[in-house]
Design a protein around this ligand. Structure first.
Ligand code: ADP
Ligand code: MG
Length: 571
C-alpha cells in the first residue's frame, strides 16, 4: 500500500492557516482586504477581547451570491484571477483564494452576504472547517464575516497569543495601515463595544495621513511627488525638525498594498542624506503606483512583500523626490508662513531656564595643580578658552587641551540630579495652567497608559482622555518650556522598543535619561562665561562625569606632548 496520501482538505486548510493566520490581526487584515476588493466604501470592524473571542468585519461591498459564498470557502477559490497570465498582473489585494477557508478551518466562522442580483442573503456557519448550516436570510447588499474562538482547535497556536491588549494593538495597527492607503473608504473600529477610532472617508488623502500619524504633524509634513515613465508616486515626509526613534512612522504603499520594502526605506534615508542622525527615523507616507505587470505580489503568503521589476528606477525616483522636497524646505528656511506659531524642536532654548535648573556658581579661581585631573574630577580648575562651534567647550590645563561636549555634559548633570531628586520624590514640577492635549499612535498610547503612575513620580502627570488622546497636566520643571509631545512620544516609543518587562528601575532610568536629554542645553547654543563655569562645576559633582547617560563621552583631550608631536615640534 502506498505510504503517500493526499491530505484531507480540512487538514490542508489548517496548514495554510499556519502561514496566513498568524494572530487575530492577520484575520482582520485578510477580511479588510476582501472588503476593499469588493469595492466597499464603508467597513466596520468589531473586536472583542483583542480578537480572541470575536472579530467581525461588515462591509457595503458587492457581496456574493449563494453559490459564490459557498465557493469562497473552498481552497484556491477566488474571483480575482482566472488564468496564468492574471497572476502576473494582479490588480486586487487578494488573489490566492486561501484566506477564507484557512480562517474558517481554525475558528467558529459565519458569513452573511448578499449581492445586487440575489433576492435574499445567504448565511453560512462553519465550525473548524466543516460547513454546518446554509440558509437564506434578509440582508442588505454587502458582506459580514464573524470569526469566533480563533485557534479553538489548534491549541498550540492559541498558546502563542499574547495579552488582549497586545493583540488589540496589532489589530489597530493593521486597520490603521490599511486605512492610510484607502482614504476614500470609511473605517470604524470597535473594541468590546466601544469605538476605538472612526476614520472618516475623505477626498483629501492628507486628512487620512494626519488621522494616522497624528494631527500635530500637520505643519511638519512636506509633500512629495514623482513621475517617471511608468511609475508615479506621491506622499508626505517629515521635515528635518521631526524624527522618530523607530521606523514605525514609515508607511509604504505599492498599488494600495501596504508593503515592507527595505529598498524603498533605504532610498528614503538616502534622500535625507546628512539630515538625520544615526538611530533617527523620519515619518513618511509613500503611495507608489506601478503598472500591475511590473510588480510581483506572489512572494509571501501574507502578501507583505513584493518584488518590483524596475527596482532601481523606483529607488532613484524616491531619492530624488525626497531630497528635492527637503532642499526646497531648507531654502525656504521653514518660513513663518509654513510654521506659524511653532517652535522648532532642536533649536537652542533660552538660557534663562538653564540658570534656574542648575544653580550658578561663582567662577572658581584658577589653580595650575593639575595632577590626576580626571581622577579628582577637577573640571572647574580648567581654563576655559572658548566655545567651538557653539557646541564644545574648549579648555586647557597646563598639560592638556580639553574639549567638552556641552549637551552630553549637561545631560549627565541633569540625569544624576533628577535621579537623586526622584529617589526622594522631590522633582520640581511645573503645572500647566491649560493642560496640553496630545494624540499619539495606538501602540504608543497603550504603552504610555501603563507608564502613567511611574511618570507621575517623575513629575510628568498625564491622564488618558479617551482613545489615543492624553492630557498632560504637569511636567518636570526642567522641561517647562520644551515642546512636550515629542518628549512623551519618545518615551512611549523607547519603552515600546525595550519592553516594560525590563523592571521598574530600568524603566525609570530610561525615562529620566529622556527627560535629561530633552531638558539639557543643546548643541549650537552660545553659553555665557557664567554658564560655562557653572556647568564645569556641576560636572565635578557627578558620580560619573566621563559619559552622558547614553554612553557618549562628555569630554576628550590631547596632551601637550601629542599636540607637539602632531606639529613635529618633537619626534
Ligand atoms: P482571495 O481574496 O485571495 O480571492 P479569499 O479566500 O480571501 O481569497 O476570498 C475568496 C473569495 O471570496 C474572493 O475571491 C471573493 O470573491 C469572495 N469574497 C471574500 N470576501 C468578500 C467580501 N467581503 N465581499 C465580497 N466577496 C468576498
Ligand atoms: Mg482575500
Amino acid at each position: 500500500m502506498s505510504k503517500i496520501k493526499i491530505l484531507p482538505e480540512i487538514l490542508s486548510n489548517k496548514i495554510a492557516a499556519g502561514e496566513v493566520v498568524e494572530r487575530p490581526s492577520s484575520v482582520v487584515k485578510e477580511l479588510l482586504e476582501n472588503s476593499l476588493d469588493a469595492k466597499s466604501t464603508r467597513v466596520i470592524i468589531e473586536v472583542d477581547n483583542g480578537g480572541l473571542s470575536l472579530m467581525r468585519v461588515s462591509d457595503n461591498g458587492i457581496g456574493m451570491s449563494r453559490d459564490d459564498a459557498l465557493l469562497s470557502l473552498e481552497r484556491y477559490a477566488t474571483s480575482k484571477i482566472y488564468k496564468d497570465r492574471d497572476l502576473f498582473s494582479i490588480n486586487t489585494l487578494g488573489f490566492r483564494g486561501e484566506a477564507l477557508p484557512s480562517i474558517a478551518s481554525v475558528s467558529k466562522f459565519s458569513l452573511i452576504t448578499k449581492d445586487e442580483i440575489s433576492e435574499a442573503g445567504t448565511e453560512i456557519f462553519v465550525d473548524g472547517g466543516t460547513i454546518k448550516k446554509v440558509s437564506e436570510i434578509g440582508a442588505p447588499m454587502g458582506t459580514m464575516i464573524t470569526v469566533r474562538n480563533l485557534f479553538f482547535n489548534t491549541p498550540a497556536r492559541r498558546k502563542f497569543l499574547k495579552t488582549v491588549k497586545t493583540e488589540m494593538v496589532h489589530i489597530a495597527e493593521a486597520v490603521a495601515n490599511i486605512a492610510l492607503g484607502w482614504p476614500d473608504v470609511q473605517f470604524k473600529l470597535y473594541h468590546n463595544g466601544k469605538i476605538v477610532k472612526n476614520w472618516y472617508s475623505s477626498p483629501d488623502p492628507f486628512n487620512r495621513v494626519l488621522d494616522v500619524v497624528g494631527n500635530d504633524m500637520k505643519n511638519d509634513l512636506l509633500r512629495i511627488k514623482f513621475e517617471d515613465n511608468f511609475i508615479s508616486g506621491k506622499g508626505w515626509i517629515s521635515s528635518h525638525r521631526v524624527s522618530r526613534k523607530t521606523s514605525r512612522g514609515i508607511y509604504i504603499y505599492i498599488n494600495g498594498r501596504v508593503v515592507r520594502d527595505r529598498g524603498i526605506q533605504h532610498a528614503l534615508f538616502e534622500g535625507y542624506a546628512g539630515r538625520l542622525m544615526k538611530g533617527q527615523f523620519p515619518v513618511a507616507v509613500f503611495f507608489i503606483r506601478v503598472p500591475y505587470d511590473q510588480v510581483d505580489v506572489n512572494v509571501h503568503p501574507s502578501k507583505h512583500e513584493v518584488r518590483l521589476a524596475q527596482q532601481n528606477q523606483v529607488h532613484k525616483a524616491v531619492i530624488g523626490a525626497v531630497s528635492e522636497a527637503l532642499h526646497i524646505a531648507d531654502r525656504s528656511k521653514w518660513s513663518a508662513e509654513n510654521f506659524s506659531g511653532q517652535k522648532p524642536f532642536c533649536v537652542s532654548e533660552p538660557v534663562a531656564r538653564y540658570n534656574e535648573s542648575i544653580k550658578l556658581k561663582d567662577i572658581p579661581a584658577f589653580s595650575a595643580v593639575q595632577k590626576n585631573l580626571w581622577e579628582e574630577k577637577r573640571f572647574s580648575n580648567l581654563r576655559v578658552v572658548g566655545q567651538f562651534h557653539d557646541t564644545y567647550i574648549l579648555c586647557e590645563s597646563d598639560e592638556e587641551l580639553v574639549l567638552i561636549d556641552q549637551h552630553a555634559a549637561h545631560e549627565r548633570v541633569l540625569f544624576e540630579h533628577l535621579k537623586k531628586l526622584s529617589m526622594n520624590s522631590k522633582i520640581e514640577v511645573q503645572k500647566f495652567l491649560v493642560p496640553e492635549t496630545i494624540d499619539i499612535g495606538y501602540r504608543e498610547a497603550d504603552t504610555l497608559e501603563k507608564l502613567i503612575p511611574d511618570l507621575k513620580k517623575l513629575g510628568l502627570e498625564i491622564e488618558p482622555f479617551g482613545g489615543t488622546t492624553f492630557v498632560v497636566k504637569s511636567v518636570p520643571a526642567i522641561l517647562a518650556d520644551r515642546e512636550i509631545k515629542p518628549i512623551i512620544l519618545e518615551i512611549a516609543e523607547k519603552m515600546l522598543e525595550s519592553g516594560l518587562s525590563q523592571g521598574l528601575e530600568k524603566t525609570i532610568d530610561q525615562c529620566l535619561m529622556l527627560i535629561a536629554c530633552h531638558g539639557a542645553i543643546k548643541a549650537n547654543q552660545r553659553l555665557s562665561d557664567k554658564q560655562t563655569s557653572a556647568l564645569l562645576a556641576q560636572l565635578d559633582e557627578c558620580e560619573n562625569s566621563s559619559h552622558c547617560p547614553h554612553g557618549r563621552p562628555t569630554w576628550i583631550s590631547w596632551t601637550l606632548e601629542s599636540v607637539e608631536k602632531s606639529f613635529k615640534r618633537i619626534v
